[in-house]
Structures are given as structure tokens and as C-alpha cells.
Design a protein around this ligand. Structure first.
Ligand code: SAM
Length: 350
């Protein structure tokens, strides 16, 4: 990664029409994020998923400093707008939030007072057909948030059928994963699948679509490919471990907003482990291995209000979990804490 790519002296014209100005992206659960994160003047907050900068702006307006990270180069324009407005109190880094320790170091901080992650794709990414996330708009089958590495087209055209079945079954929670992957393999033998609508139509033809279906039949397949291509679950798990390391002061707050059950499960498992409330058998003596590194004022997830869901349907599936750092040392990040879905890899060569 990663560099501080914001130059406060850049031309103001570049930033018109993005954050700071009008933007289509409405930040999800912003009130709840602010009331749990509680940013205070002069504190340093890491916004690991900058997007259009909705959270960053609100945190800056509370007087805290922001280190913002986004893996999408396009987010830099919105970063420039905030730099112009807030000067040195705002720094933008192009990179991945699993590297937030490094970002803090580059910015000259030993630690942060708060970390917020709003994981997944932004509406700007979904709405831009050329990014290839949408099964409703025709575009190249890409899906890379960071614009580099393996694309969704590479994956569907080159991965072994059994790997596609695992990916679509586990990351898409698609019951008919083997039917979908067989159809993909048969189709690509005739002609490579390079467009979003080619794949969406193929899945629809394979699985059929009833009038009563609430979601498009390709929803799960697209979700699976996107999560795999962007290593989203691994990033989230590593991001939680990194946040534990950089929130060094007791009282530091970690706030995570997720959009589907695979992500929420990881956050829930992490907090259960770090807060020392993992359960266990009532027939065995309790073994206290580690001091809890977080405490959780409310262990259940917070959901968006009905009013917010009505005005922004994207908020419907959002869940917010948060916790407060104790003064216990951070622990080694061990992926075994989570299920096998977190680090899925390809068995064959591509
Ligand atoms: C849902 S949007 C965030 C919106 C933001 N909270 C706002 O108010 O505008 C998610 C953003 O996080 C970025 N992102 C997702 N995973 C990331 C990762 N592992 N590291 C850095 N950025 C990531 C995406 O590129 C996207 O821009």
C-alpha cells in the first residue's frame, strides 16, 4: 500500500460533486455510529472504510481528527474535498484497513482513540456499471474494489468447477451452488463469460425465477464472487485484530457496521472472544485464559430505525456492534476463532 495521497493544494474543481458537495451515498446508521463512537475534540479516529466520507465528515465536525482509509482509488476525490475543508485534521490513505497499524505509523500516531468500519461496497461502486458489481446493469464482470488483482471474470472463467461450487455455496450461502457452477463451466467452454448480465442471465436460466421470489436468482452468486475477489471476510477479521492493537488506551471505541450474516458472525465471534463471554460448558470449571481486551455495554446488535430504512432501503440489513477497549494487552490474531469461510482459497491453479 499505501501513501498519504491527499494534497490540500489540489484544484477545487476535482472535488465538485463528491463529498463535501452533493453525493448519492447516504451514510448508514450515522446517528448510531456517532453515539457509540463518541468522537471528542482532538481525539484520533480511524475511518477504515471512507467511501464518500459521510462518517469522516461527521467525526471531523465533532472536533476529532480522522485517518481515513479506502482501497478504492476513486474515493480519493472525496478525500481531497475533506482535506481542503479540514486541513491537517484529515488524512486520507489509499489502502486496506487490515493495515491500519501501518497507516497510524505513517500518519505519526502510536495509537488511535476510535476505529469505525462500515464494511462492504458503497452505493457509488454498485451504481457504476463499469465496476461490475451489479447484476442489473451490463458492465465488465470485474467486482474489484481496489481495481487490481484477480477479477470476477478471471475467477468464473478459470477456477475449477469444484472451487466455484465451494465459493458460491459458502460465501453466497447458495443451496444450488453446484448447479450454478456446472452451468458456468458448460457456458465458458463455449465462450468466456465477461459481462455482468451474461452471468446474471445464465444463473437466472439455470435456477429459474418464480414471481414470488423476493431476490434476483443471481444475488447469492454475485455476493459470493464479490466477497471472494475482495477477500472481504479475511479483511474484516484482520481489521478487527488490527483495531485491537491500535486502540491502546482504555476507553477506545470500536464500532462495526455490517450488511450480511457472514460478516456479522465474525464481529460477534470476535467480541464474544475478546470480552470473555464465550459461553462454554456448565459442567466444566471456567478457565480464564486472558484478560478481556474489550467490554461490551450492549451485546446485541443495533439495527437501523424504521424511519431510516424507509428513507434509505440499504439500511435494512445493517447491523452495528460496538465495544470499548480495556487496558488488557492485545492478543495474537488467530483465524481459528472464525469458521472456514474466512480464508477460502482455490485448490487448483488458475
Ligand atoms: C459502505 S462504503 C462506506 C461508506 C462510508 N461510511 C460513508 O459514510 O461514506 C464501504 C467503503 O469501504 C471500502 N472498503 C471495503 N473494504 C475495504 C478494506 N478492506 N479496506 C479499505 N477500504 C475498504 C470500499 O471501497 C467502500 O468505498
Amino acid at each position: 500500500m499505501v501513501g498519504n495521497n491527499t494534497n490540500p493544494g489540489d484544484d477545487r474543481r476535482i472535488v465538485e460533486g463528491v463529498v463535501g458537495g452533493p453525493s448519492d451515498h447516504i451514510p448508514v446508521m450515522l446517528n448510531e455510529v456517532l453515539s457509540t463512537l463518541q468522537p471528542l475534540p482532538n481525539q484520533t479516529i480511524v475511518d477504515g472504510t471512507f467511501g464518500a466520507g459521510g462518517y469522516s465528515r461527521a467525526i471531523l465536525e465533532k472536533g476529532a481528527n480522522v485517518l481515513a482509509i479506502d482501497r478504492d482509488e476513486n474515493a480519493q476525490a472525496a478525500g481531497k474535498a475533506l482535506s481542503l475543508e479540514f486541513g491537517k485534521r484529515f488524512q486520507f490513505f489509499h489502502g486496506e484497513f487490515e493495515q491500519m497499524d501501518l497507516v497510524c505509523k505513517l500518519a505519526g500516531f502510536d495509537c488511535a482513540d476510535g476505529v469505525v468500519l462500515d464494511v462492504g461496497v458503497s452505493s457509488m461502486q454498485i451504481d457504476d456499471a463499469q465496476r461490475g458489481f451489479s447484476f442489473q446493469k451490463d458492465g465488465p464482470l470485474d467486482m474489484r474494489m481496489g481495481q487490481s488483482g484477480l477479477s470476477a471474470s478471471d475467477l468464473v472463467n478459470k477456477a475449477e468447477g469444484k472451487d466455484l461450487t465451494r465459493i458460491i455455496g459458502i460465501l453466497g450461502e447458495e443451496r444450488h451452488a453446484s448447479r450454478v457452477s456446472r452451468a458456468i463451466v458448460a457456458q465458458r467452454d463455449i465462450k468466456p463469460i465477461t459481462r455482468t448480465l451474461e452471468l446474471a442471465n445464465l444463473v437466472e436460466k439455470t435456477l429459474g425465477r418464480k414471481f414470488s421470489d423476493r431476490i434476483h436468482p443471481a444475488t447469492r452468486t454475485f455476493q459470493a464472487l464479490r466477497i471472494f475477489i475482495n477477500r472481504e471476510l479475511e479483511q474484516l477479521a484482520n481489521g478487527l485484530f488490527a483495531a485491537e492493537r491500535i486502540l491502546l488506551n482504555a476507553g477506545g471505541r470500536l464500532v462495526i457496521v455490517t450488511f450480511h450474516s457472514l460478516e456479522d458472525r465474525i464481529v460477534k465471534q470476535f467480541f464474544a472472544d475478546r470480552c470473555g463471554n464465550k459461553g462454554g460448558s456448565r459442567h466444566l470449571p471456567q478457565i480464564k485464559e486472558n484478560e478481556p481486551s474489550f467490554s461490551q455495554p450492549g451485546s446485541s446488535a443495533i439495527k437501523a430505525t424504521i424511519e431510516e430504512v424507509e428513507s434509505n432501503p440499504r439500511a435494512r440489513s445493517a447491523k452495528l456492534r460496538w465495544a470499548i477497549r480495556t487496558d488488557a494487552p492485545s492478543r495474537a490474531g488467530d483465524m481459528k476463532l472464525f469458521g472456514r469461510q474466512v480464508s477460502l482459497s482455490l485448490s487448483g491453479r488458475m
